[in-house]
Structures are given as structure tokens and as C-alpha cells.
Design a protein around this ligand. Structure first.
Ligand code: ARG
Ligand code: ZN
Length: 876
């Protein structure tokens, strides 16, 4: 077998044939579903008249084929494992085909498959080709009419995109429903669902007065878990009208919850399909974080109706066109609905940990890659989250008003079309008059730029000289980088006044908080009329996805922590201060020197705890130490044990020094109010639970008592999960074991809660975790075929820094074993699971050898293109 080959952006050709209308009939059967397709096809005006018709099709059994009602004999076409080609076709014609597929055998969860007995689909990016022969590419857009035939008992509900047209009974206990979607769409937005489902219904009136029926479809036992998703959907619909002027365009909008799903959710036209973890919530089964995640994902998929569906991508290289923009939109929505600074802190904190790591590793790629082997490997943090950061920079560059005008222009001009990133940025350039040509490099250059900054205050002239130097490190295939256009939002905070000073640049007053533009490799900005020595506050709100290095002293950071007018940078100053202290402690641990806690960190925390509390959610974030993963990102070579020991030492030192304060905070934030996922309650719970985690780090009687009481009170999942996690991660197995057992028994029937039960156990720092993972893989609630289970158990274990990186290599071996098995069942999930191993270059020599040897072992297997691509890059 030859190695899988990449496709290149530069090879893009418009399709020779387009499908203008698609009619499908599904006769459902687990082992032998019949799919009839009737396609109206036209040759493109510019295409060669002799161009063959080439359709994609994989794992399809061809039953019949005809053109304009004349059956084709076998010499008229060619079928191989991936395509169907017909040499001589007219300019316009009707192609009819019938194929057979086996949904019950589809463990890849792409195309039509079964989950818990129900039928569902996932077609993005290239899953439709597993359903019927079709030009499976996003620049072919057709109207769809779909008939679904199923068993009246087993599949009382038959859903597809658009509006229901007709339904009726058939012989043999079967029935059908026909659906019509009037909006032309690419086939990746096709969806079908059939099964024994129940719905919760609501209504929404759009800004122009259109009445829309909203439905959330779930299995019967989950009917009590839909309220939050429905409320989130309605908020998202209002928000998109107000923030972007976008209105919904069908009479019906449906959401379906599915247990087996590779990703979070999918924006199929009018019929969004969700991983049940991304839609179902109940105070007793879902944490605050899960509630917020559901709100964000429901909004994300809804927003795609415009940014993705009405205006779609020309080809998959443009994926970030819809994903980066839509993530940006859902981030802004969540910021408006909850605490804006906390949303930004959480997003950036995740981004700097996970996306920076991706950008620094062997799978680094630009937001618009120029080649790929398997597109499902490119649903990444770079395409999504860095893509969103780039849209955010654009908005900052052109200003809010021009940005909105640019987006209006984009939606109006390209409605119903499949377009490129240039089309989007072009609209922004057009409405703002800005030259965005240098900015476009953000889309083609991979890697995280480093900005080295330094500043000098000139007392004599009252000037502050700020020098910024940018450099983007080499990434695979991109040894040399050009300078980027980087917006740096900043202020100068006066050390005497504690206030933002007015900024004067080139003789012009530009305000107290302004964006300066770094375009060259190195630039010096001279601020004049600076009356007192300032501490610069740079990259406010994280105005660009870069690593900013400035030689702040600990005193500077303590000052910014209390004085910066930018909430994000106040938080970041705290993180930087903690990182400096952690650095010393990591070094002490490595050199076996006694660890000494930096009193400046203790003082800073004390000030926070005793100061006035304006936003509890922000305070909770400020009291949270950088994660081990983020600390690791700052180290040249990751020493997992030293990092863990240093961070634990800081936690315990703070808990010992500030015990009374933490107890007071805990007690002040206990409430008997019934659970609601409101920003106020969430803020209270986060603050209380941060305090509890400090108290539990020293495992004294009071902390343990509070923790046990919180667990037994069983008030809501946020509190229960935090208490259970702290018990399980403590050394008190005598308390943890009974709690784990009762929790596991109580929730044995609920897969989403069992996922949490798995994760809590395999993320504990104690040394017995590997054995526990192996044991839990045999648990009746675990299944390798269910992606949520794989993520909850195996994925979570691979995030367990201490145990996954065991020096005997058994953690790596276990992961590789699972990857090898999943490679056959579900290549997309298998490829994703390898990620931690691809980061081998970041570790010490011994671990590098161990990690590489597991990658080599995987490479020896017959591999799916997905796993092949990742492993090849990792070992290159
Ligand atoms: N477009 C979907 C979303 O962002 C994700 C689709 C993922 N597809 C896949 N094959 N992984 O909401
Ligand atoms: Zn998306």
C-alpha cells in the first residue's frame, strides 16, 4: 500500500460539475441501509466539455446507476475505493444512483452511523462520501429534498434539514417523512436523525417577525436536562440580531443530543447535532463549567447559520474562515452574557497553554495550512482559537464600527457562496480603508511570535522609550518568518499616582490606553510628556496571540497587580509574579536545596484576600496558580516532578500563611439558594471552591471536615465534584474510597456523570494511577467506541503530568496501545489521542527516548491516513 498523499491549497480548481438540486431517499436498516440519490447536475460554463464527472464515495456498495433514466452499463463508469468516474456526460443531466451502507458497523462516526440504537450523521468535513456518491466539497451547493423511511416502533422520529413537507405510513410497519431545505448548501451540512426521541419545544420571534419553532431532541430520560440549552439558544438568537444584524432563516430550528460523537457539535442546517456532553445539563449532573460550555457551544453552532452556512468555505484550507470567526463570535456572546474579564482570562489561559504548545510542536501549522493529508486532523486550536484571536485583532485594527460594517458587507456580498479568507479580510479593508496586506501573514505563518520588550524612563526629558522586537521561531516547513503586523494595546501606569498616564506619541495625545502598531522587526516608541516614572502595562486584554517578554521586577508586578486599570493584565501580573517564584522553587527542587516561599507572593495574595472584592469570579481567577501545564510551557525542558513539587509547595505555603482568610472566604460564600447557573452564583462557587482547594492542600481537620460536608450536602454537581476531586487527590484514601464508591453507584446510569467519575480518578497525582486506568478500562461503563469515554479516561490520564510521564515509560505504552486499537475503530479520535506523545522534544533525554519508541511502535502498524499524518510529523 502506498503512503497517503497530501492535497495542496495551490492545486485548487473550481468544480467542473455542480449539483443544483439533490434528492435523497433513505431506507433505514442497521446492516443494509439503502440510499437513493437523484442529482441535477450541470457542467460549469468554463469547464472542458470532455471533463469526466468524478464523484467521491467510500465504503459504498453500488447497486445501480443511471443518467437521464437510462441505466449505465459497467463499461460506462469506473469505481475505486474513493471515487466514481463517468467519462462522457451531457452538459446537464439527472444522475440517479442507489447504494447500500451499514450504519451499525460505522465506528469511525463519520457519515451515517448508529449511537445507542438511533441513527445520526456527521458529514463535516468529508463524511458525506460515506453516504452516497457525490462531489463532496464545500464549493458545490445544492438545495436538498430528503425522504427518510424507518420503522414506526424503533424510529418514530425521522428528522432531516429544513422543513417537513410530507409524512405517511408504509407497508410492514414502516413510515416516512420528507424534508425540504430551500437554502442551497454544501453536503457537509446535510444531516439525518432517526430514533426514539422526545423533544422539548419553544418559540422565537425574529426581529422581522418570523415565527420559529425551536426543538431540543433527546432520549426520554434526558428530558429534564434541556432547559439550559434552550434558554442559551434563545439568548444566542437575540444576540446575533443585535450584535451582527443576523436573523434566523427557517421556520424550524432543531438540536439533537447524541452520545457517540467525535467533537462537540455540528452546525447542520436547521438540525444541529450535539455531543450529549455539549447540550445536556442539570444542576445535579453538570458543573458550572459544563453549563457555560453548553451555552457557548449552542451559541457557536447557531452562529454558524450565517458564518459558515449562508456564507461557507470554498475549500477546507479556508476552515478558519468559518471557525475562527464563529469562535470569536461565541466568545463575545459569552463575555456579554457572563463576566467579560473572566471569560477573557479563561480563554487566554487555555490558549496560552494549549495553542502555544501546538505552535511549538511538530504539528504546528498556519491558520490557513497550505497542505494536509487528512482534514479531520486540522480541527485544531490553531484553526479555531488562534483563528479567533486573529479576527479579534482585526476588529481592534479597524475599530468596532468598521468591523460591523465589514461583516455586514461580507454577509451581504457573499450570501449563498463558498468563499475564501481574502474575501473576509477584503471586506474589513474595504469598509475601514486600512491596508491589511501585512496582516494577512497571520494566516500563512505558523508559530507564536516572541516579543522582547524593554523600556527606559528619561527623567531629564520626561520621556519613556519603549522598544519592541518581534521574532517568530521556525516551524516545520517554515524556517524563515517575516515580521507581522501586531497590535499592542498598552498603558503607562505612573508609579507615584498609580494611574494610567496620558500617552503622547509623535506629538499626538493618543489617550491613556491605546493600541500601538508593531510592524517591523524592531521599533522604538518614544512617549513624551511623561511626568513620572511608569511601569508599562503591555498587551492589555491579550491584544495579540504572542509571547511578551518584559524584564519586570517582582515589585513592578506587585504594583501592576493592584494598580493596572486593565483587569486582564492585573490577573496576568499575578501569574507572572507566581511564575517567578515557581521558577526559583523548581530550581531549588532540582538542586535538592531547601524550598523557601517568596514572601512577596504571600503578601500579594494577602492584599487580594483582604481587599475590597469587586468581582468574585475575577478574584477566584487571581487566586488560582498557573497550571502545571502552563508552568511547563515556560520551561526550556519540562521537569514534571519539579513542577509538581514546586506548585504544591506554593499552594501549601499560601494555605498555611493565609488559612484564616481562606476559611473566611469559604464561609462567606456558602449559600443555601437553589442552584442557578447565574454569573453571581458561579462567581461565588468558584471563589468558595478555590478557598477549599487551598485548605485541602494541607489536609488539616477543618479543611477535611468542610470538604466532606460539601460532598455530603449534595447541593449541586459543581460543589460535589470539587469536593470529590479534592478528596480523591488527597492522601486520605480512607475518606476518598467510600465517596468514590457511593458516587459511582449513584450515577452508574448516567454516562456523562460517569465520565467525570473516570476523569477525577485518573487525574490524581498519586502513583497508583496507571493501574487504576487499566482497571477502569474494564469497567462496564467504559467503552473504547465512545469518544467521550476515551477522552474522560485515556485523554485525562495523558494530561496527568506526573503519572503519564512515569519514568518506566508505562504511561506512554498504555497510550500507544490504545491509539493502535482505536486506529482501526475511530481514526479521528486515535489521531487526536497521540498529541501528548508528539510533544516529546520538550522533555528530558530519557523520556524523549521512551516517547519516541512508542511513536515508532505505532508507525510499524498499518495506519489510517489520520494517524499516519500525525505520527509522521511527530517523528520527522
Ligand atoms: N463544524 C463543527 C464545529 O465547529 C465541527 C465539525 C468537526 N468535524 C470533524 N470531523 N471533526 O462546530
Ligand atoms: Zn464551529
Amino acid at each position: 500500500m502506498s503512503d497517503p498523499q497530501p492535497v495542496y491549497l495551490s492545486d485548487y480548481q473550481p468544480p467542473a460539475y455542480r449539483v443544483t438540486h439533490t434528492e435523497l431517499t433513505f431506507d433505514l436498516d442497521p446492516a443494509a441501509t439503502r440510499v437513493k440519490a437523484r442529482l441535477l447536475i450541470e457542467r460549469h460554463a468554463k469547464a472542458d466539455a470532455n471533463a469526466p464527472l468524478v464523484l467521491n464515495g467510500e465504503h459504498l456498495k453500488l447497486i445501480s446507476l443511471s443518467i437521464d433514466a437510462t441505466p449505465l452499463n459497467e463499461s460506462a463508469y469506473q469505481v475505486d475505493a474513493e471515487t466514481l468516474s463517468i467519462a462522457n456526460v451531457p452538459e446537464r443531466f439527472v444522475l440517479e444512483s442507489e447504494v447500500e451502507i451499514a450504519p451499525q458497523e460505522n465506528t469511525a462516526l463519520e457519515g451515517l452511523y448508529q449511537s445507542n440504537g438511533m441513527y445520526c450523521t456527521q458529514c463535516e468535513a468529508e463524511g458525506f462520501r460515506r453516504i452516497t456518491f457525490y462531489p463532496d466539497r464545500p464549493d458545490v451547493m445544492a438545495t436538498f429534498k430528503v425522504t427518510v423511511i424507518g420503522d414506526q416502533q424503533r424510529e418514530p422520529v425521522l428528522l432531516a434539514n429544513g422543513n417537513p413537507l410530507e409524512r405517511g405510513e408504509l407497508e410492514g410497519g414502516r413510515h416516512f417523512v420528507t424534508w425540504e431545505d430551500p437554502h442551497p448548501k454544501p453536503c457537509y451540512l446535510f444531516a439525518l436523525v432517526a430514533g426514539n426521541l422526545h423533544s422539548v419545544e419553544d418559540h422565537f420571534t425574529t426581529m422581522s417577525g418570523r415565527e420559529v419553532t425551536l426543538q431540543v431532541w433527546v432520549e426520554q430520560e434526558n428530558l429534564d436536562k434541556t432547559e439550559h440549552a434552550m434558554a442559551s439558544l434563545k439568548r444566542a438568537m437575540v444576540w446575533d440580531e443585535q450584535a451582527y444584524g443576523r436573523e434566523y432563516d427557517l421556520d424550524l430550528f432543531m438540536i439533537v443530543a447524541v452520545n457517540d460523537f467525535n467533537m462537540g457539535a455540528m452546525e447542520n442546517k436547521g438540525l444541529n447535532i450535539f455531543n450529549s456532553a455539549a447540550v445536556l445539563t442539570h444542576p445535579h449532573t453538570a458543573t458550572d463549567a459544563a453549563f457555560q460550555n453548553v451555552e457557548g457551544i449552542v451559541a457557536h453552532e447557531y452562529f454558524h447559520n450565517w458564518s459558515g452556512n449562508r456564507v461557507t468555505c470554498r475549500d477546507w484550507f479556508q476552515l478558519s474562515l468559518k471557525e475562527g470567526f464563529t469562535v470569536f463570535r461565541d466568545q463575545c456572546f459569552s463575555a456579554d452574557t457572563n463576566s467579560a474579564p473572566v471569560k477573557r482570562i479563561q480563554d487566554v489561559s487555555f490558549f496560552r497553554t494549549a495553542q502555544f504548545a501546538e505552535d511549538a510542536g511538530p504539528t504546528a501549522h498556519p491558520i490557513r495550512p497550505d497542505h494536509f493529508i487528512e482534514i479531520t486532523n486540522f480541527y485544531t486550536l490553531t484553526i479555531y482559537e488562534k483563528g479567533a484571536e486573529v479576527v479579534r485583532m482585526l476588529r481592534n485594527l479597524v475599530g468596532e464600527e468598521n468591523f460591523r460594517r465589514g461583516s455586514d458587507l461580507y454577509f451581504e456580498r457573499f450570501d449563498g457562496q463558498a468563499v475564501t479568507i481574502e474575501d473576509f479580510v477584503g471586506c474589513m479593508a474595504e469598509t475601514s480603508g486600512e491596508d491589511l496586506s501585512q496582516f494577512m501573514r497571520w494566516y500563512s505563518q505558523a508559530g507564536t511570535p516572541d516579543i522582547d520588550a524593554h523600556g527606559e524612563y528619561d527623567y531629564v526629558h520626561g520621556e519613556y522609550h519603549l522598544t519592541l522586537r518581534q521574532r517568530t521561531p521556525a516551524t516545520p516547513g517554515q524556517p524563515d518568518k517575516l515580521p507581522l503586523h501586531i497590535p499592542v494595546r498598552m498603558g503607562l501606569v505612573g508609579t507615584k499616582s498609580g494611574q494610567d498616564l496620558t500617552l503622547t506619541l509623535n506629538g499626538e495625545k493618543i489617550g491613556k490606553d491605546a493600541v500601538i502598531h508593531l510592524r517591523d522587526d524592531e521599533q522604538t516608541f518614544v512617549f513624551t510628556d511623561v511626568a513620572e516614572a511608569p511601569v508599562p502595562s503591555l498587551l492589555r486584554e491579550f491584544s495579540a496571540p504572542v509571547k511578551l517578554h518584559f524584564p519586570y521586577s517582582r515589585e513592578d508586578l506587585a504594583f501592576l497587580l493592584t494598580h493596572d486599570s486593565d483587569g486582564f493584565n492585573r490577573w496576568d501580573a499575578g501569574q507572572r509574579l507566581a511564575l517567578l517564584a515557581l521558577d526559583d522553587l523548581i530550581a531549588a527542587h532540582r538542586n535538592s536545596v531547601e524550598k523557601v516561599m517568596d514572601s512577596r507572593v504571600v503578601d500579594a495574595f494577602k492584599t487580594l484576600l483582604n481587599g475590597p472584592i469587586s468581582d468574585k469570579a475575577v478574584l477566584a481567577e487571581m487566586l488560582t496558580l498557573p497550571s502545571e501545564a502552563y508552568i511547563a510551557e515556560q520551561q526550556p525542558i519540562v521537569d514534571v516532578d519539579a513542577i509538581h513539587a514546586a506548585r504544591e509547595f506554593v499552594r501549601q505555603s499560601l494555605a498555611l500563611a493565609l488559612r484564616e482568610e481562606f476559611v473566611a472566604i469559604y464561609e462567606a460564600n456558602v449559600t443555601e439558594e437553589p442552584y442557578a447557573p447565574t454569573p453571581e452564583q458561579i462567581a461565588q462557587r468558584s471563589l468558595k471552591n478555590v478557598a477549599l482547594s487551598y485548605l485541602m492542600s494541607i489536609e488539616d481537620e477543618q479543611g477535611l471536615a468542610l470538604c466532606e460536608a460539601q460532598f455530603s450536602a449534595d447541593h449541586n454537581m459543581t460543589d460535589v465534584r470539587q469536593a470529590l476531586t479534592l478528596l480523591v487527590h488527597s492522601d486520605r484514601d480512607d475518606l476518598a474510597s467510600p465517596a468514590l464508591k457511593s458516587f459511582g453507584e449513584k450515577w452508574a446510569h448516567d454516562p456523562l456523570v460517569m465520565d467525570q467519575w473516570f476523569t477525577i480518578q485518573v487525574s490524581r497525582p498519586q502513583g497508583d494511577v496507571l493501574e487504576r486506568v487499566k482497571y477502569l478500562m474494564q469497567h462496564p461503563a467504559f467503552s473504547l467506541k465512545n469518544p467521550n469515554k476515551v477522552r474522560a479516561l485515556i485523554g485525562a490520564f495523558a494530561q496527568n503530568r506526573v503519572n503519564f510521564h512515569r519514568l518506566d515509560g508505562q504511561g506512554y505504552q498504555l497510550l500507544a496501545d490504545v491509539v493502535i486499537e482505536l486506529n482501526r475503530l475511530n481514526p479521528e479520535i486515535a489521531a487526536r489521542l497521540i498529541t501528548p506523545l508528539t510533544r516529546w522534544q520538550r522533555f528530558d533525554e530519557t523520556r524523549q527516548v521512551l516517547m519516541r519508541s512508542q511513536l515508532e511502535r505505532i508507525r510499524q502498524q498499518p495506519l489510517s491516513p489520520n494517524v499516519y499524518e500525525v505520527v509522521e510529523k511527530a517523528l520527522a
